[in-house]
Design a protein around this ligand. Structure first.
Ligand SMILES: Cc1ncc(COP(=O)(O)O)c(C=O)c1O
Length: 451
């Protein structure tokens, strides 16, 4: 039954439902929480939740104090223009100059504030594509991207990524997937779920491809601030500098007459960097030429993003910079602890949990059990070991219902996403202890290490 649950709900209703939404995959997080509920925690063995990508720490007090004031201000109870508070849009441009370089070509008119990055994606895709169109998504994908597409009747076209490539998508393979119906390529870097960090040169290749085929490149950079300190996310916002010698001699592999506004739609979330997912703030950075249509989509689905957090953030993005940096540094250290602890546990025996990629919030890990699906392992990890994670199949085309298989086409079925940001350093070590313990407890055959 492709696509899921066509009749279950409509049988209880006297009206017909949207076929597109009814056949959209169900969000997978509740499945993981259902497993977690079956675990019986004790004070000595608490539940360790590495499933959903949520910040493990609250925002700084200075932000909460400012938010209390803006929330109590009657002035901010009203609507604001669709694109958001001008003060925040200006402040965002200044922050983007810190992230992408002082000389980037960005203006406040390029920025629209949204009620979170999922909203940013939904509004962007509504302006670019419609029912019957195709949009290319690397697999494993961020499930809300696929779900938004199918809810709108847009066909996700899968661009498989592979562990041997570090889960980086191939522009050459992508080119073969482009048809007359293709409207956009969507990339996420650092990636959810794999944690893979796409190098600037790869992003330049995708940008060049999208431009040459007259399609949009939608770049979700929700985890941008978690890149290692000092590394540039990409150079796509650099101003074009026509070259005299060659059309591609401009720095960073972009065509010499690259103009980002013609091709790129950048998305960002305040949820992770500022630890405020519940306040719902995100943004779209795109050509002002897109804004009239974007305003239609935004007006229909949100009118405007919540004003009090916008006003609180507007005056303090620069003040919050050290907080964002130190949070990212803490997550980076936790990745190291996770990698080292996994290696220590694996070393003592002939099996191992193998990390395929790490970055942003996530580590993508291959379990050691022979011929056992990641879904089965995740279920037992949650129910018996109190470690909650998500199998890779939840991030791919096979995830169409609770009971269906979780395999990724052509890729080993054993990959599992661990959200490293959710828990503290000590709990990360505990998780690794339990990953070691479960090998004996589960009693499944394990694959011995080859190197
Ligand atoms: C890649 C990606 N985009 C968007 C979002 C959603 O962000 P927001 O909370 O801003 O809607 C997430 C959240 O996990 C994500 O991983």
């Amino acid at each position: 039954m492709p696509g899921g649950f066509p009749t279950r709900m409509s049988q209880q209703l006297r009206y017909r439902l949207s076929h597109a939404v009814e056949t959209t995959s169900r969000p997978p997080i509740p499945q993981a929480y259902a497993w977690a509920e079956r675990y019986k925690p004790t004070p000595g063995r608490p539940l360790l939740d590495m499933s959903q990508g949520v910040p493990g720490t609250p925002p700084p007090k200075i932000f909460l104090d400012t938010l209390s004031q803006t929330s109590a201000n009657p002035q901010y109870c009203g609507y604001v223009p669709n694109a958001g508070e001008p003060a925040l849009r200006k402040a965002v441009v200044e922050e983007m100059k810190v992230a992408y370089g002082e000389h980037v070509d960005l203006r406040m008119e390029d920025v629209a504030i949204t009620a979170g990055c999922n909203m940013a994606f939904a509004a962007s895709i509504m302006t670019v594509a419609e029912s019957g169109d195709e949009v290319i998504l690397p697999v494993p994908w961020y499930f809300n991207h696929e779900m938004t597409l199918t809810s709108l009747g847009i066909k996700p076209i899968t661009l498989q990524t592979f562990p041997e490539d570090g889960f980086l998508p191939s522009p050459e393979k992508c080119e073969h997937l482009i048809t007359s119906k293709t409207k956009a390529i969507v990339l996420v870097t650092p990636n959810n779920p794999t944690g893979a960090i796409y190098p600037p040169s790869l992003l330049a290749s995708f940008a060049t491809l999208a431009r040459s085929r007259n399609i949009a490149l939608i770049l979700d950079e929700t985890y941008r601030d978690f890149l290692p300190a000092g590394s540039a996310p990409h150079y796509l916002f650099n101003p074009s500098k026509p070259s005299t010698s060659s059309t591609t001699s401009r720095a960073h592999d972009l065509p010499s007459d690259w103009v980002w506004r013609e091709t790129l739609i950048h998305l960002f979330s305040f949820s992770k960097s500022y630890c405020i997912p519940g306040h719902r703030v995100g943004l779209i950075c795109a050509s002002p030429a897109l804004m009239p249509l974007l305003n239609i989509a935004l007006d229909n689905i949100q009118i405007c993003a919540p004003r009090p957090p916008q006003m609180a953030l507007a005056g303090m993005l620069d003040t919050l910079r050290p907080f964002v940096r130190s949070t990212a540094e803490a997550v980076r250290r936790r990745h190291e602890i996770f990698a080292q602890s996994i290696q220590d546990r694996s070393n003592s025996s002939g099996w191992r949990w193998e990390i395929g990629a790490q970055g942003g919030y996530y580590a993508f890990v291959k379990h050691p059990f022979k011929d056992v699906s990641a879904r089965d392992v995740c279920e037992r990890l949650a129910v018996e070991m109190g470690v909650v994670t998500l199998p890779a199949g939840f991030f791919g085309p096979e995830h169409h219902g609770e009971d269906e298989a979780d395999e990724m086409k052509g890729v080993d079925k054993r990959w599992i996403r661990f959200s490293v940001a959710n828990i503290d350093d000590e709990k990360v070590r505990l998780v690794c202890d339990r990953l070691g313990e479960c090998v004996e407890k589960f009693g499944w055959a394990v694959e011995s290490r080859t190197k």
